[in-house]
Design a protein around this ligand. Sequence first.
Ligand code: GDP
Length: 528
Amino acid sequence: MANQDFLNEINKRRTFAIISHPDAGKTTITEKVLLFGNALQRAGTVKGKKSGQHAKSDWMEMEKERGISVTTSVMQFPYSECLVNLLDTPGHEDFSEDTYRTLTAVDSCLMVIDAAKGVEARTIKLMEVTRLRDTPIITFMNKLDRDTRDPIDLLDEVESVLNIKCAPITWPIGMGKEFKGIYHLLRDETVLYSTGQGHTIQERRVIKGLDNPELDAAVGVYAGELREMLELVKGASHEFNLAEFIAGELTPVFFGTAMGNFGVDHMLDGLVEWAPSPQGRETDQGSVQAKDEKFSGFVFKIQANMDPKHRDRIAFCRIVSGKYQKGMKMHQSRIGKDVRISDALTFFAGDREVLDEAYAGDIIGLHNHGSIQIGDTFTSGDKFRFAGIPNFAPELFKRIRLRDPLKQKQLLKGLIQLSEEGAVQVFRPLQNNDLIVGAVGVLQFDVVVARLKGEYNVDALYEHINVATARWIYGKDERKVDEFQRKAEANLALDGGDNLTYIAPTMVNLSLAQERYPDIEFHQTREH
Ligand code: GDP
């Protein structure tokens, strides 16, 4: 039987990500969440937005200029009796592939909605992704210090557009300049809002009971309105139900303002109370449970040059089961090798440090010297591999060329390292020396050129190339694959991980090839 201390460590962990449309307030909420977690004394240093404390590469500058976030970082902090891991997801839709993989590494999500705008395009897309694993969703309606839409309309919209039941846990009193606070339906208490306290944790005034005359004294006519409204809300919305929440069918909804640091704590209280502790994952040999004592984990992200001073590459590994201990031996399933790891990292609001131990649900950073790929499984000896962490076939292609031809080696190295991160893919045709960059979104092309310059000192430019799509090649019969490779060589290339890919100039060409070689499988995604 697993020992109690070990089980307690697992039970107290919560691993989640924030999903939202750009500008809804994800960064601001992250700051406040960390403030509550005592991770920051004064909120306002996430992403190094104002502080200038954190090293910024050109690429981060670019991210700032465009107001988007292209990195995924991980933050761990204590809250209440729990230990919370928050994974940041890239905000721009060009990076959906990266986001997709990050969402495979969490057990619940916080959905942040700008209450003035309601459900926006990016939120819809991200919800589709969380549906693939029925991830439990908590909702935060943000920016109540502004004039927002009617709260009932907002819930209706979430229910009809996102197809999830809403259970309001708090209800706003007034909005904009007249925002007075919230009533907590489960605690039967009103928490009053006061402005100008966004950077600190303040004692808020709490009034017990809905019929308390103190409430009338504090918020005036809004007290009567609130009582009437709640009658309506209770009739029209759903009551919170834990099983439905865990199944991803119902979302508890909180109202507040991240900027005013109001309501974020109610949401966090809900998260630690209801969100699931670390969940198991499927492998090619059955499922693995978090409470299995044997260590296992998978890599969902690789990031190069996180720290420009060190020029290193970090593989982010979600621990699925058991415990990491400094100096332990890990088995890397894909290459069938054992490695001893004594310098795994933990992350903490932009900083990182070597850690001694970590448990299921945690994210650890492994130094990658080129041998780790996205999707890799690490175990304490078992040979299984985790399933379901794909690469998607790119849809946009360009030929990349050097301004200074002497730097070909650097260019290739940079491209392969950037492709290991999974945000962009590189293809090397078998018959010529072209380098083809494939991406899922347009913005990635700019990011690659900026990073090649900033991190590899390579000046590169793009040229048009006639490629419509790419497919990864598989085949059960090796002889048939060899034959295919000979006959179709003009259309074949190796990707960054040396996997054989078919590069099709047109979709018609692709379907002809598929007809001609029925024994060859052309895959749109590559499972790692
Ligand atoms: P992200 O793009 O989702 O990370 O959004 P940010 O956290 O960067 O917020 C976008 C903008 O909305 C910023 O100018 C924030 O200051 C502002 N903002 C965030 N939360 C609130 C809020 O509760 N009230 C108001 N009025 N503005 C907010």
